[in-house]
Design a protein around this ligand. Structure first.
Ligand SMILES: [Zn+2]
Length: 425
């Protein structure tokens, strides 16, 4: 079944990267009047870590596999569906790691049991309890605590000897994984129906996660979803996950890119206006006047022209900014800014398009803003917190307070989608 998951990832990798990171990408900057044609630096330039030469580097060393990592369970039940989450990998792989079970249970590894295990990586060789080892699968009846973070993880810990250190992966069933994401992403906050809605979003994102070019499904950081195992697990979140067990959001039979922001500022932004023209049918403009603008949802940023000239020097010819103005809002009708013009003192105009780019260039938390000109510079008045596409966490919370169900909330924010069991994919 994970063949299908991988296929889904291939289809959505690029868009997921854009949507989930609010990334600046492609050529969305154009200048007229001889302006500098520099493009905003793309945050998508994460190094793809291929291990192709590793075999050659260590070909002379043939360490035994004391515990071969078993294939992922191939069952049709949601309960046993496994997700591999990368905890430490690539250049962030560990040189040293201690493992222990949280309640004093024993760790099982390579046919033996241990109270705790010490793992080190030296010169391209991984040693577990002093024995050289290429791969390991470590199990326990209790969550396994890792010294690298102090957090504990249910399921299995898979260790692989990588080029830069010990690659650590947590293989865990998808429902337990979603509970760990909920506690990391929203803590103990929000109405119960909004938590149920969010649990469906977290589960769905497993199927559209970024491809890291590594041997796991998704990472434990913001680029995919934050995940901290059992750390600060919340009973109400757990109940919300249990009540939506196995359900994901789909469009035309495929899991959706269920993007979300903290708040939208009364209307969402079309995917087209936010992300380099990505015109996704269920990421349309929706309006919800009762959305609370707490949690940083109303903000103001002031720049003097001197500050703007330093910040925007790559978007001018003279290096001196004279004016920044909103040239166009979302063509699909939201109040989000789609295009700004930066004018320098010689009259050259540089145009920046797409909300994600504009947020990065101006250093603001949301592209839902107006610009007020003052003699010494500009004041940017904004509402909303985040890219503004898809689901609003604060809006979903309020809809739950007003009595809407989690299905109502999700179908409102993602029009045209339907709920489906994830074991279909
Ligand atoms: Zn990731």
């Amino acid at each position: 079944m994970f063949v299908n998951l991988a296929a889904g990832r291939r289809v959505f990798t690029l868009l997921a990267c854009l949507l989930l990171c609010g990334a600046v990408a492609f050529s969305a900057v154009s200048c007229v009047g001889g302006g500098d044609n520099s493009e905003a630096e793309s945050p998508m330039s994460e190094v793809s870590l291929q291990e192709e030469s590793e075999e050659n580097m260590y070909a002379e060393f043939e360490a035994p596999d004391f515990s071969v990592i078993p294939p992922r369970p191939e069952t049709e039940t949601v309960k046993n569906r496994a997700v591999d989450v990368g905890l430490s990998y690539g250049t962030n792989a560990l040189k040293k790691l201690e493992l222990s079970a949280t309640d004093g249970s024993m760790l099982a590894f390579g046919g033996n049991v241990y109270k705790n295990l010490s793992v080190i990586w030296e010169n391209g060789i991984m040693y577990i309890d002093g024995q050289a080892c290429n791969k390991a699968c470590i199990r326990s009846e209790a969550p396994i605590a890792l010294s690298s973070t102090g957090w504990s993880y249910e399921g299995e810990i898979l260790l692989t000897c990588g080029r830069y250190g010990i690659t650590v992966v947590n293989r865990v069933d998808i429902e337990t994984y979603v509970k760990g994401v909920m506690s990391a992403e929203i803590g103990a906050d929000g109405s119960f129906e909004s938590r149920k809605a969010f649990s469906v979003i977290c589960r769905t994102l497993v199927f559209v996660a970024k491809d890291h070019g590594e041997d796991f499904d998704l990472c434990n950081r913001n680029c995919c979803q934050s995940y901290r195992g059992t750390h600060h697990r919340d009973e109400i979140n757990d109940k919300a996950v249990d009540e939506t067990k196995g359900m994901v959001l789909t469009y035309n039979g495929t899991p959706c890119l269920v993007a979300y922001s903290s708040s939208h500022g009364y209307n969402s932004c079309s995917s087209f206006a936010a992300w380099v023209g990505a015109d996704i049918p269920y990421l349309r403009v929706v309006r919800y006047e009762n959305e609370p603008l707490d949690y940083g949802g109303r903000w103001e940023v002031t720049y003097t022209y001197e500050q703007l000239s330093k910040r925007l020097k790559n978007y001018t010819v003279t290096g001196q900014v004279k004016n920044v103005s909103v040239a166009e809002t979302d063509p699909y009708g939201s109040s989000y800014v789609y295009r700004i013009n930066i004018t320098d003192t010689a009259g050259n105009v540089c145009e920046i398009k797409f909300g994600g780019n504009i947020m990065n260039v101006l250093g603001v938390r949301c592209a839902n803003f107006t610009i007020e000109n003052i003699p010494e510079g500009i004041i940017i008045h904004g509402i909303g917190n985040g890219h503004g596409v898809g689901y609003s966490q604060r809006g979903g919370h309020q809809m739950g307070v007003e009595g809407y169900s989690y299905e109502d909330i999700l179908y409102f924010y993602f029009p045209g989608t339907v709920m489906s069991p994830c074991y279909d994919f």
